[in-house]
Design a protein. Structure first.
Length: 208
């Protein structure tokens, strides 16, 4: 969408919305004079305030750039959409927006696809809730000398992403450690070791 002010939306309150690809000829490519919570406001354009104008706010638990002047729980990391070029604004498994919202503001039980809205402990930012596959269960085996060993269990021949975070304070920033992990033997588990650079991190795996 496009407009002089607020290419995506002008004035109002947005919860768990995704604003992207909008433009404004003056200010607020994504949003103008908005109150936004659990939203993704990214990849919009305008001469000033590409994603949101300076009068918007507060922004609460939103993914956008730059950080707004008022609000809390916001992050500037790229949201990692599945495929922006084709209009697929669902989240990749490594997206920082997963479990990074504030569930207290959620008023609906389903997302834009009609899937359950809150999965994995906290609501995701944006219009789509990441849908975990059933094969991301893992078990920690503890330390072995200088190596941390994770024994992962899941469906045979499935692939996974191993992610790490330094703390579990929201918004949790999960960073990929290994991608495309797979069980080539067709068994129900495999081991990842040599994680000495992240000995005090928290880990999770998500199926791809």
């Amino acid at each position: 969408n496009s407009a002089q002010y607020g290419g995506g939306v002008d004035s109002g309150t947005l919860i768990n919305c995704t604003l992207t690809g909008n433009s404004a000829t003056i200010s607020g490519g994504g949003a103008y004079d908005e109150l936004m919570t659990n939203c993704i406001v990214y990849y919009n354009s305008a001469p000033t305030g590409a994603n949101f104008d300076s009068g918007s706010g507060p922004l609460i638990y939103c993914c956008t750039t730059p950080l707004p002047a008022s609000g809390t729980g916001n992050l500037t990391n790229a949201p990692l959409f599945v495929n922006s070029a084709t209009g697929n604004y669902r989240l990749q498994s490594s997206s920082p927006c997963i479990n990074a919202g504030n569930s207290a503001y959620v008023t609906t039980s389903t997302d834009l696809d009609g899937n359950p809205r809150i999965l994995g402990g906290a609501v995701d930012m944006g219009a789509y809730e990441f849908q975990y596959t059933s094969n991301y269960i893992y078990t920690a085996r503890g330390a072995n000398g200088q190596h941390l060993i994770l024994q992962l269990a899941g469906k045979p021949n499935a692939t996974y992403v191993l992610q790490a975070a330094t703390n579990l304070m929201r918004p949790v920033i999960w960073q990929p450690v290994f991608t495309n992990l797979s069980d080539t033997n067709g068994n129900w588990g495999f081991t990842v070791s040599n994680l000495t650079d992240r000995p005090t991190h928290f880990y999770r795996t998500v199926g791809q």
